[in-house]
Design a protein around this ligand. Structure first.
Ligand SMILES: [Zn+2]
Length: 515
């Protein structure tokens, strides 16, 4: 920036404004371009939550191929460790005892008078900016910043100071009005179960230009709009994370819809299709499942699946892998919590290699989150292993199946899927009693049967004689036993807690016959 100033001083002799400012202008560092190397998830969470930093997994000048999906991992960092996290902090940022490196001193000027989009609202930092700003009018600042961009090869960022920004007497008049714009756009998703293009709600959009960025979350229409920019171009990306969870490409790297250029006057309108950007489509599919469970759990009468605010735990990592599920299937592993990998992993394909469609990925995500929630309530890996070895994991799998069924079929009703494909097949009402007892691996329809008033044996006498009805999903969840509670304890608690006319022999039948 100082060099830019000197260039303008010497080359632009006509500009007396610069001459009069000679020796007066103070150009000092406002921010640092830094990178952090958190050792643990907790350290990373402190940077994100306590310090409100937006962290980038890749250097800010690193250009991934435009529009692709995936993650960046610094090749010098072992795969199992957190990769360098890049950000910008104000000069008065108090570094914590977390490894970091200052990469460059920055001289950033607000695009507007407020501090929106900067990494902190520190008042000291604001006054510093204002002092510098007060030394320059915007026209001079513009020229100087353009010169700095030219010097550093960032020609895309040079602001087009065209003639229409000036009136007949070459007075700087309309520039400020013309020069500001609010990058916006619409993100949509191809639902290939229903063949509909639908808005993608809740996606975190990051718009950046050089070392500045602003972000927004898409609304129910998929629309976003960020604060003011003055440059002719910005870059837009989706960071597949929210405050409660993030999506990983495997077990580790944070996934992005990588930055794409957007010119002033255009909108960043994207339709995420399986055919055009399959990995982003997978992440969007998982995102929809997480959005529904994390933000609409109340409408189902059940608990939020995961609450990281307890003791500042890290956000929930959800792995989304573009490959076939393996023998142990999509699963929730609490022991993965010990290190940094994703405790929940969702796959794009069935074991057979067949692709999963939108509803199947949505349903699988909900199912896995139901396991997370169950563990949060007090179920444990130890008990899972006991259940698994003793017989089959009837309790956790039956519970997760019930949640999956309920949420998926409310989001995908017959009116949009068509009666032929409705309901999502995990209602399991077609299972014979024999199949449930011998081959279901614990995935029983008991939750659905305790809620519905449908007796499947009336359709086919090989099916269970389900005479239980009237429970709600929330009641069943509240009755789930704690860490060493068994299948039978669940039944007992249901009897103790509620007054249901079918909780006698009818309830006994389901619990006794299903395992
Ligand atoms: Zn499961």
């Amino acid at each position: 920036m100082k060099k830019a100033y000197q260039n303008l001083m010497s080359s632009d002799q006509k500009n007396s404004e610069f001459s009069t400012l000679a020796n007066q202008l103070i150009i000092s560092t406002t921010d640092y371009y830094v990178r952090f190397l958190p050792k643990t998830d907790e350290e990373k969470e402190v940077l994100q939550e306590k310090d409100s930093l937006v962290l980038f997994d890749m250097p800010l000048d690193y250009e991934l191929e435009e529009g692709v999906a995936g993650a960046y991992h610094d090749p010098s960092i072992p795969e199992g460790d957190i990769t360098w996290q890049y950000s910008v902090v104000p000069v008065d940022y108090e570094f914590r005892n977390i490894e970091y490196e200052i990469l460059a001193d920055l001289f950033l000027q607000d695009d507007e008078f407020d501090s929106e989009g900067f990494s902190t609202k520190s008042s000291a930092n604001l006054s510093l900016r204002n002092t510098i700003r007060s030394q320059l009018n915007i026209s001079l600042w513009e020229k100087m910043e353009n010169e700095a961009f030219r010097l550093t090869g960032n020609l895309d960022d040079v602001v087009d100071v065209s003639s229409n920004a000036f009136d007949d007497s070459f007075q700087y008049v309309s520039f400020a009005r013309r020069s500001k714009w609010y990058p916006s756009g619409k993100i949509q998703y191809e639902d290939n179960t229903t063949s509909r293009i639908i808005p993608l709600e809740g996606a975190k959009i990051i718009v950046k230009r050089w070392f500045k960025w602003k972000s927004d979350i898409t609304d129910a229409n998929g629309d976003f709009r960020v604060g003011k920019f003055r440059s002719s171009k910005v870059k837009c990306a989706i960071k597949w994370e929210r405050a409660d969870w993030d999506i990983r490409s495997g077990s580790y790297g944070q996934v992005w819809y990588s930055f794409e250029s957007l010119s002033r006057g255009s909108s960043w309108n994207k339709t995420i299709r399986r055919s055009s950007t399959p990995r982003n489509w997978l992440y969007a599919s998982v995102h929809r499942g997480a959005m529904e469970y994390f933000y609409n759990y109340n409408t189902y009468g059940i608990k939020k699946p995961y609450n990281k605010w307890w003791f500042l735990k890290r956000r929930l990592h959800i792995g989304a892998k573009w490959k076939e599920t393996h023998w142990f299937s999509d699963h929730y592993f609490t022991f993965n919590k010990i290190w940094w990998s994703a405790p929940v992993v969702v796959y794009s394909h069935w074991k057979s290699g067949t692709e999963r469609d939108s509803r199947q990925i949505f349903a699988t995500t909900v199912h896995e989150l139901a396991h997370v929630s169950h563990w949060e309530i007090g179920y444990s890996t130890a008990q899972y292993v006991i259940d698994y070895l003793a017989d089959d994991p009837f309790l956790p799998e039956s519970w997760a199946t019930g949640v999956e069924h309920t949420i998926t079929n409310r989001v995908y009703p017959a009116s949009i899927v068509g009666t032929r494909n409705f309901p999502h097949k995990n209602d399991l009402q077609h299972y014979s009693l024999d199949y449930i007892q011998t081959e279901s691996d614990g995935y029983t329809p008991i939750v659905i049967d305790m809620i519905d008033n449908h007796n499947q044996s009336t359709i086919n006498s090989n099916r269970p004689n389900d005479r239980v009805s009237g429970y709600t999903l929330g009641q069943l969840e509240d009755a789930l036993p704690g860490s060493f509670g068994s299948w039978w304890r669940w039944r007992t608690r249901l009897r103790e807690m509620y007054n249901n006319p079918t909780d006698g022999a009818e309830l006994d039948y389901l619990f006794r016959e299903y395992r």
